[in-house]
Design a protein around this ligand. Structure first.
Ligand SMILES: [Fe+2]
Length: 263
């Protein structure tokens, strides 16, 4: 997803091939057909058991309702608040929902996943989870990083992005997406970072960052530093008007027409 002035933001969804398969997030509204085709390559929708929603923002819920129709066994994993937010727009049958709070676990047959609240978030319904079989940590917007190009945004490994560029992108995104972070009690915030289950994860799969292997320590160090960064201030109306005036086409009447118009 290209965000003008910010960069190319990865928007990831994941299939966890557990005994009871899980889809983590459902893509963007504008790419439903493509998302559905890719998902159908990854697994049989009849086998899909869980749709884990990290939070109900629109860049995560694109194919949710379509998939609840197409995957009859699948239940939506979210929080009470997540369901409430979704219910403003959608009717979701309660028997298709499984409410999971931070700290609670879900048995997938061959493994258990345990939900947690990431240190940074832009929705009160946000959770990530840790897979106890592999230690993999799935997160939401936390650790997100808008990239300089679409190629970098779709990289298979965060190691493909120069480390300094990735860190700068994560710092930018953290201040854009979680502006409240500048006003927190620093000690309490540092504790949430220290106690984040991502700390020991060999693999972090975030919805807005390329897959990151053995990067949990630098990722969390970076997240810990965010309260002292300068707050993000978006372009204002004057900036928008300057931008628009730059794009305004010059009058291009032929000379004759212009004279005619003046006469
Ligand atoms: Fe997001």
């Amino acid at each position: 997803m290209e965000i003008p002035g910010i960069g190319h933001l990865p928007v990831n969804a994941f299939v966890l091939r557990a005994e009871q398969p899980v889809l983590v997030d459902t893509g963007m509204p504008g790419s439903r057909d493509e998302f559905g085709a890719l998902l159908a390559e990854a697994l049989d929708l009849d086998d899909l058991r869980w749709i884990y929603l990290t939070h109900p923002d629109r860049d995560h819920t694109g194919s949710l309702m379509r998939l609840l129709d197409a995957a009859p066994q699948a239940r939506l994993v979210t929080t009470f608040l997540g369901l409430g937010i979704l219910s403003i727009e959608h009717q979701i049958p309660p028997d298709r929902v499984h409410l999971l709070n931070p700290g609670q676990s879900l048995d997938l047959g061959d493994r258990t996943i345990t939900a947690f609240r990431p240190p940074l978030f832009d929705s009160p319904a946000t959770t990530g989870f840790v897979d106890d079989r592999t230690g993999t940590c799935f997160t939401s917007d936390c650790f997100g990083a808008p990239m300089a190009s679409a190629e970098l945004a779709t990289a298979d490994d965060a190691a493909d992005v120069p480390a300094d560029d990735l860190a700068a992108a994560q710092q930018l995104w953290a201040t854009v997406d979680s502006p409240w972070v500048h006003g927190v009690d620093r000690a309490a915030y540092a504790r949430t970072v220290r106690e984040c289950p991502a700390l020991d994860a060999p693999l972090i799969l975030g919805t807005h960052v390329p897959p990151a292997r053995d990067r949990s320590a630098p990722f969390l160090d970076l997240i810990a530093s965010v309260p002292s960064l300068p707050p993000f201030v978006g372009p204002d109306q004057a900036a928008l008007e300057a931008l628009l005036s730059g794009f305004a086409p010059e009058p291009r009447l032929p000379q004759d027409d212009r004279e005619h118009a003046h006469s």
